[in-house]
Write a protein that binds this ligand. Structure first.
Ligand code: KIV
Ligand code: NA
Length: 265
């Protein structure tokens, strides 16, 4: 199996082949989606919501991200593994950003890191890259800044914010980012960004005219509940299947049907 690299991702954009990306936070899930042919696995700080049950991505720590990332890396043979640097582990200054990136790379074995923001984190991006660590950007709805915005609504609908986003995308490209995630912005703006920068643009709630798509795996598998934004296509009802399976197990044990003779020693 040939491993996905930043070079291969760039080639995909060049030939118009869409890039596929999903999140994973553990060994088992990472193994399943890697074997199914995903190009990029994101160890997202959405683990804070999906794995830990927090309301936002802010509480998850660098140590916890490293635990998730190392688990994912052990399950992956082909995909390119990107890890979110969590809130509070890079915004202080570029030295802190570099230190966090190095810890993630060294302690998890992942292939790249992702950071939220544009102009304001330019120096950190440059610094991390100077250590040889590929950086993915993230613009639009940036959940680590949720308390600044106050809502999870569509971003950059007004011209001023749209212009800033386009400028930030150019800054991230110039700084050397290998790709950019665009979250929850108008499809027209996302298309413009993807046409303007030469690096791959991966969208979530950013329409189809970008270079690839990302979703939170628990959302697209139908495990998470009460999160049904317009951009989410649900590919399975795992919550329903899992609930049924557990109910059947409970019923069988109560009824003394499980284990039967062939399931005993
Ligand atoms: O943490 C995450 O899952 C993400 C994706 C939604 C891009 O950053
Ligand atoms: Na994230």
């Amino acid at each position: 199996i040939k491993r996905i690299t930043t070079h291969i991702l760039q080639e995909m954009k060049g030939r118009g082949e869409k890039i596929t990306m999903l999140t994973a936070y553990d060994f088992s899930m990472a193994g399943i989606i890697d074997a199914a042919g995903i190009d990029i696995i994101l160890v997202g700080d959405s683990a804070s919501n999906v794995m830990a049950g927090h309301e936002t991505t802010l509480p998850i720590t660098l140590d916890q991200m490293i635990y998730h990332a190392s688990s994912v890396v052990r399950g992956v043979r082909r995909a390119f593994v990107v890890v979110d640097i969590p809130f509070g582990s890079y915004q202080g200054n570029s030295s802190e950003a570099l230190r966090s990136a190095i810890r993630i790379m060294k302690e998890s074995g992942a292939h790249a890191v992702k950071v939220e923001g544009g102009a304001e984190i330019k120096e950190s991006v440059t610094r991390i890259l100077s250590a040889g660590v590929p950086v993915m950007g993230h613009l639009g709805l940036t959940p680590q800044s949720i308390y600044k915005f106050g809502t999870y609504t569509v971003r950059a609908k007004e011209e001023e914010e749209a212009n800033k986003l386009l400028e930030d995308a150019k800054i991230l490209e110039e700084s050397g980012c290998f790709a950019i995630v665009l979250e929850k912005i108008p499809a027209k703006l996302a298309k413009k960004v993807a046409e303007t920068v030469s690096i791959p643009v991966i969208g979530i709630g950013a329409g189809g005219d970008v270079d690839g798509q990302v979703l939170v795996v628990h959302d697209m598998l139908g495990i998470t509940q009460e999160f049904k934004p317009r951009f989410l296509r649900q590919y399975a009802d795992l919550r329903g299947m899992m609930t049924q399976a557990v109910e059947d197990y409970v019923k069988d044990v109560k009824a003394k049907d499980f284990p039967n003779q062939s399931e005993s020693y």
